[in-house]
Design a protein around this ligand. Structure first.
Ligand code: GLU
Length: 307
């Protein structure tokens, strides 16, 4: 059984792309599912640019992503948030966690951790004072023995024991950049997001985010993880796997295909329709429970022109 979902009038959802490349079909699925789930329940839908990692970003990608979303007929509420403009908020929260003893500095290198035999960080720096050198320290959040359990609205009941499966995890990296886990929790709460619909690859991060929400006494949103599109080698479509960008000049057919992959049953007459008609149909007929309950969808399900 899935947990009760938020009352329609209060729904706030979001799409949170990282501008590490242009939108490809995999990201279209996440945009469309989060959009339709919000709009079909009279909710708000926000767009947040997760531009926290400049070395991985592609110049111009953020603007291109927004243009593509517009061309596909997606309309977001309020201004787009940019995480690069929110660093002082992450700083404050980081300091609060350090001051309360929930987080600590760590100077262990990856090879030192490996040499101590563990895939999972062993808490080595929890009780020592690491030396600040030229590099800043990484900051890790302490996890405890508790098992985090939640029910994903698509994938069903989930449990993760952070202490044995994850370990104290990094919330600010040694290169000084804030980690995704910290920023996503701070911003989902700051924006009042109460329903997160995103790709299955982030299911494994959810317990960490819930743990951090509890530490910060923030509410936990509902979560729904849609299957991700993978290539013939089973790899997630991404810039690294050379996924091609979706065609902003002709959005209708891609939206139609995306609806099919998400288990919806658009009538064949919509195949040649304009983007806005397809979105309107989607809002009226959206059924989250028809989304395939599985981690991956092979890209071969897509008609060739969309690959
Ligand atoms: N920025 C993340 C990504 O593009 C998504 C984060 C999220 O939805 O929580 O994969």
């Amino acid at each position: 059984m899935t947990q009760p979902r938020t009352a329609a009038a209060n729904y706030i959802g979001r799409f949170a792309p990282s501008p590490t490349g242009l939108l490809h079909f995999g990201s279209l699925l996440a945009a469309l599912a989060s959009y339709l789930d919000a709009r079909s329940r009279q909710g708000r839908w926000l767009v947040r640019m997760e531009d926290l990692d400049p070395p991985r970003e592609v110049p111009g990608a953020a603007d291109q992503i927004l243009k593509t979303l517009e061309a596909f007929g997606f309309e977001w509420d309020g201004p787009v948030w940019y995480q690069s403009q929110r660093l002082e908020h992450y700083h404050q929260v980081l300091q609060q966690l350090i001051d309360s003893g929930a987080a600590y500095g760590c100077d262990c290198s990856r090879s030192q951790i490996l040499m101590r035999n563990s895939r999972i960080y062993d808490g080595y720096c929890r009780h020592r004072q690491p030396i600040e050198s030229d590099l800043p320290l990484a900051i890790r959040l302490c996890v405890d023995d508790e098992t985090i359990a939640f029910t994903d609205a698509i994938q069903g009941p989930q449990r993760q024991q952070l202490a044995t499966e994850v370990g104290d995890f990094v919330i600010r990296r040694r290169d000084g950049l804030f980690a995704y886990q910290l920023a996503v929790v701070v911003d989902d709460a700051a924006q009042g997001v109460n329903q997160v619909v995103r790709g299955y690859d982030l299911l494994d991060s959810t317990a960490r985010q819930i743990h951090l929400q509890r530490r910060l006494e923030l509410p936990t949103p509902g979560y729904a993880h849609i299957p991700i599109l993978v290539n013939d080698q089973g790899q997630k479509l991404s810039k690294q796997t050379y996924a091609s960008a979706i065609d902003a000049a002709n959005p209708g057919p891609s939206l139609f295909q995306a609806l099919l992959l998400l288990g919806q049953q658009p009538p064949p007459s919509l195949r040649q329709a304009q983007a806005h008609e397809i979105l309107t149909w989607g809002c009226e007929h959206w059924q989250l429970r028809q989304i395939p309950r599985q981690p991956h969808l092979p890209e071969s399900l897509l008609e060739t022109e969309h690959r």
